[in-house]
Structures are given as C-alpha cells and as structure tokens.
Design a protein around this ligand. Sequence first.
Ligand SMILES: [Zn+2]
Length: 102
Amino acid sequence: MTDNYQQSNEWAQQHRQSLTTRHTHEGVLTDREFEPLPEACSLLPEPRDLQARFVCLAAGRLGLRACEIAHFRADWIDWDRMLLCIPQHKPCECGYCRRQAS
Ligand SMILES: [Zn+2]
C-alpha cells in the first residue's frame, strides 16, 4: 500500500512538473517577432550597432548559446564549406566561464 501510494505520488509530481515546466522552445520568437530586432540594432551607435546585430542573428537565427557568442572567433567559420564549426570544449579562464563553472 505504501509503495503504491509513493509511486502514485511520484507520478503525480512528475505529471504536475511536466504541466508547469517551461521549455526553451516555448520562448522562441516567431519570424514576425524577430524581424524588427536586427533593424532596431541599427539605432545604436557604432560599433554597438554591428555587435548587437551579430548577437541577434547568431542567437536568433543560428541558435548559438550565450557562451558561444561570447567566445566567438572568426576562424570558426569554414568559408569554403559555408559551415560554422564550434569547438566542443576549450579551457577558458574568463569571468563568464568561471561563473558558469561555479
Ligand atoms: Zn570563457
């Protein structure tokens, strides 16, 4: 009886969590919502306009994560194959990486 009650309770908790958990894909902007963002970047002074536009496009269209954008290097781009090759792991001592690791 106790085992059945405990299993039932666990199932109820998991079910409740699945109903209340917000998934990342639920926060994705539609094309219509995204469209004005890169344009709005041009309102910023140089060089922030280009930097903001890059962040918008890298995150919003290429799907890069914040850490990938923060560490982005031009040599990650394979222009011959038109590919973006992001290294799986590189040791880093920057403040962002230290905060994420702790
Ligand atoms: Zn880092």
